[in-house]
Ligand binder design. Structure first.
Ligand SMILES: NC(=O)c1ccc[n+]([C@@H]2O[C@H](COP(=O)([O-])OP(=O)(O)OC[C@H]3O[C@@H](n4cnc5c(N)ncnc54)[C@H](O)[C@@H]3O)[C@@H](O)[C@H]2O)c1
Length: 410
């Protein structure tokens, strides 16, 4: 049976991770019936780029009435997820939503309530759960190698290319993204919840912005016409970067919404943190110290899990994957990753693997890689609690805003 899909949010993720694969790889099981975006130029681009007849809407409810899709895919900016998830559920559709499920506690409550009442289903796409390195960590922790996990030290480093890009785009304004604690860290917190097979109960956080924003140096509004571009280490050429994709998707569509994709990293509109330190306590008793640095000289994820039977140390420093287990007898087991080849496809092959599950279905999910609203809520729950903690200078319990839905979260 061919299911019909409608997608809202025809930006980078929408076009290349969903629209193009549905049309080119999944036409035996899926039909992209229509797309919608507040920017009509970007909405129309989908059909033009894919050379396919895909109706483009700017009115979401009209699209649902006319197209009657089985499933709505939500790939708008983060703060708009809730309105489309809920309107799609109310219209009788199931939903696939990109991470983060939403950006604050009120919108999260609306999604959880609407899903429960309508009986339709929301799937949250956590592609990191399909990346080989994290799958290996999940398998080792689930195998019982460490015994019960007692504490975790967890660090995420974004360099001044990847990390900087969040400060150019809509993500850098808290009202759009909920901050990196939501937009980016939802991946990290979801991995943590997934590795531990547990749920967070209490969070304390400190954050600051030390590198981007705030007129740190003389600067222009955007790279395109900046007088300092010759000397700026962060200059981005929107015309040529990414093989011209940024020009096509954003610069050529600016006239419709004024969105500037190459805005200066030192703009004073930026209001999110670039350095955050978070402590998390889990229901099962594990305690976690996590930190995010968005201006690191190199990209890396490091996680150390201290268990009853030993310590698992994992990191990706300088593009090399390392996993070592230290047992209580002084032995070290090196889980050599040098032979592991990167799988083709977006995000280390995780996007194609996730799409196969989404569009072709699956009989079994032994590692629990598919995520529902509860998993979506628990990952943004840590970010929401961290944001409240930073704002109100106190530790925050997740049951303050999730207790009505999950009373066992004590
Ligand atoms: N899982 C991943 O690896 C991954 C990677 C990138 C992005 N994402 C997620 O995908 C989503 C889109 O990100 P992106 O990088 O494609 O951003 P983008 O800026 O390229 O695209 C966002 C699109 O949403 C549209 N939009 C904004 N507000 C809207 C509204 N109120 N109604 C309708 N359309 C609206 C914009 O016009 C734009 O076309 C985000 O939620 C992001 O977190 C996930």
């Amino acid at each position: 049976m061919i299911k019909t899909y409608a997608l809202v949010g025809t930006g980078y993720r929408g076009l290349w991770s969903y629209c193009e694969p549905i049309v080119k790889e999944y036409s035996d099981v899926a039909r992209l019936a229509a797309v919608c975006d507040i920017n009509p130029l970007r909405a129309r681009l989908v059909g033009e780029y894919l050379k396919a007849d895909i109706p483009a809407y700017t009115d979401f409810d009209l699209m649902l009435r006319e197209v009657r899709p089985d499933v709505v895919i939500v790939t708008t900016k983060d703060c708009a997820h809730e309105t489309y998830i809920c309107r799609a559920l109310e219209a009788g559709c199931d939903v696939i939503s990109e991470k983060p499920i939403t950006t604050d506690e009120d919108m999260l409550a609306h999604i959880l309530e609407t899903e429960k009442r309508t009986g339709h289903k929301v799937t949250v796409t956590f592609n990191c759960r399909f990346m080989d390195f994290y799958v290996k960590i999940k398998e080792l922790v689930s195998s019982g190698l460490l015994g019960k996990v007692l504490s975790v030290h967890y660090e995420w480093l974004l360099d001044t290319s990847h990390g900087a890009d969040y400060f150019r785009r809509w993500h850098s304004i808290r009202a759009n993204s909920g901050s990196l604690m939501i937009h980016k860290c939802t991946h990290h917190f979801d991995l943590l919840n997934w590795f531990l097979d547990d749920e967070p109960v209490k969070v304390n956080a400190f954050g600051t912005r030390r590198f981007y924003g705030d007129d740190r140096r003389p600067h222009g509004e955007r790279c395109l016409n900046c007088q300092y571009k010759r000397d700026c280490e962060f200059y981005q050429d929107i015309d040529t970067e990414d093989g011209g994709r940024l020009r096509m998707l954003y610069k050529d569509c600016e006239s419709a919404d004024g969105y500037i994709r190459d805005r200066c990293l030192f703009s004073n509109v930026i209001d999110i943190e670039d350095s955050v330190s978070v402590n998390i306590k889990y229901a099962g008793g594990a305690v976690v110290s996590y930190s995010l640095t968005a201006h690191s000289p190199y990209e890396c994820m490091k996680i150390v899990l201290n268990g009853e039977k030993g310590r698992l140390e994992c990191d990706t420093a300088l593009g090399k994957e390392t996993i070592r287990f230290y047992d209580r007898d002084g032995q070290c087991v090196n889980f050599d990753r040098s032979h592991v080849k990167q799988r083709p496809g977006g995000h280390g092959g995780s996007d194609p693997a996730l799409r196969d599950r989404l569009f072709r279905g699956y009989a079994e999910d032994p590692l629990c890689q598919m995520a529902d609203t509860r998993a979506g809520a628990m990952s943004v729950g840590i970010g929401i609690a961290a944001n409240i903690s930073m704002r109100e200078d106190r530790a925050v319990r997740l049951d303050e805003f999730l207790g009505g839905f999950y009373p066992e979260l004590k």
